[in-house]
Write a protein that binds this ligand. Structure first.
Ligand code: KG4
Ligand code: ZN
Length: 349
């Protein structure tokens, strides 16, 4: 089975080719430079760039996999959630390619793809569902922070999500407040590595709440007030690094504590983590420490598959096709606010 996957939900145009679980190609064209001048993603520019990039990126993926498009048995693309026009470009592209060749076009939920991305590992990369263990999964991307219970490789249940800002948003907005260029999360992480997290105390929202939801907007607001009251920090190199480390520590403590707590409550022996924020060094370190302390296995997504990529889309698409659970996809529209809960219900039926 050979599947061509397409991802275009935000600011990465990506096409991947997966054959029998092996990632033969995973090309990602990032739009970071395009949006940097605006301090964030401009939806209209993102959609136009996807239009320009998709065909060359797809050609490159086929070239790298050394395949002709006729060899593709099925197409899979992100149908949602994401920026409406950006999604539409990739989803229609995949639908058209599939329709023209009489192949299926599998609609893939972006977060379901993140959810299973930690099972893509190795060189050359390959998805290994044979090693699957029931797990609690932390998905942290730019727009979402979620905890999901994953009892099998084909079923899952959303435990909680963010009730306002996601962890990625909190990283990016804090970075913007201190004048770091877009995308701020990774830059803030780098500065934090040289800072002291014990210098400033920031709130840990919902840390002691028994539920599995997250909330990071209060933390972001407290950083804003802190900077209003201490503007001198902005020109103090070490002060700024300490601030980054302190904010990062607050975010990471909440993510790690709630993830491990949910896994223990549900009796899961394995924790997985995915999404762009799972590149965060402190998050990776502290999840590893906490899992070791509680004798949990940890499967962190490999950095290449943490930020948006089409390999994770193709992997989910291939699995659906193999299980005969994929709709042909031609009468479906892209769905910018598609909820993961809806996919979880479908996957059980
Ligand atoms: O999963 P992703 O590529 O896109 C979405 O689906 O949103 O995640 C992007 C997010 C951005 O908020 C970015 O700042 C954040 O991941 N990110 C990080 C790091 N690397 C990426 N945040 C904190 N530390 C990092 N090292
Ligand atoms: Zn994502």
């Amino acid at each position: 089975m050979t599947v061509l996957g397409v991802e275009s939900s935000c600011d990465e145009t990506s096409v991947a080719i997966v054959r029998d679980g092996r990632v033969l190609a995973n090309i990602v064209a990032s739009q970071i430079r395009l949006h940097a001048d605006y301090g964030g993603v401009v939806p209209e520019l993102a959609a136009r760039a996807h239009l320009q990039n998709l065909l060359p990126v797809a050609r490159l993926a086929l070239e790298q996999a050394d395949l002709d498009i006729e060899a593709i048995d099925g197409f899979a693309a992100t149908r949602g959630p994401g920026l409406p026009m950006a999604l539409l470009v990739g989803w229609r592209f995949a639908q058209a390619a599939a329709f023209a060749r009489g192949r299926p076009c599998v609609p893939v939920h972006h977060h379901e793809a993140h959810l299973f991305s930690p099972w893509i590992q190795g060189a050359p990369p390959q998805v290994d569902f044979g090693a699957f263990e029931p797990n609690v999964s932390l998905i942290t991307s730019g727009g979402h922070s979620m905890l999901v219970d994953v009892p099998t490789a084909d079923s899952f249940r959303v435990l909680g999500g963010t009730i306002d800002d996601a962890a990625g948003e909190c990283f990016d907005k804090t970075a913007k407040l201190i004048g770091l260029p877009y995308p701020g999360g990774p830059r803030l992480d780098r500065l934090a590595e040289e800072g002291n997290a014990a210098v400033f105390e920031f709130p840990r929202p919902l840390l002691h709440d028994r539920g599995d939801d997250f909330s990071f907007s209060g933390l972001k607001t407290s950083v804003r007030y802190f900077l209003r009251d201490h503007p001198e920090i902005l020109t103090d190199g070490q002060g700024l690094r300490d601030l980054c480390a302190s904010v990062r520590a607050a975010i990471v403590e909440v993510l790690v504590t709630k993830t491990v707590r949910a896994a223990r409550r549900l009796g899961r022996c394995c924790v997985t983590a995915s999404g762009g924020v799972s590149c965060n060094r402190a998050l990776r370190r502290q999840l590893a420490e906490a899992c070791q302390r509680h004798e949990l296995t940890l499967r962190l997504v490999e950095p290449a598959f943490a930020t948006d990529n089409a390999a994770m889309i193709a992997v989910v698409g291939e699995r659906r096709l193999l299980h005969g659970k994929a709709p042909a996809g031609f009468d479906l529209e892209a769905d910018p606010s598609w909820r993961l809960e809806a996919v979880a219900l479908d996957s059980r039926s």
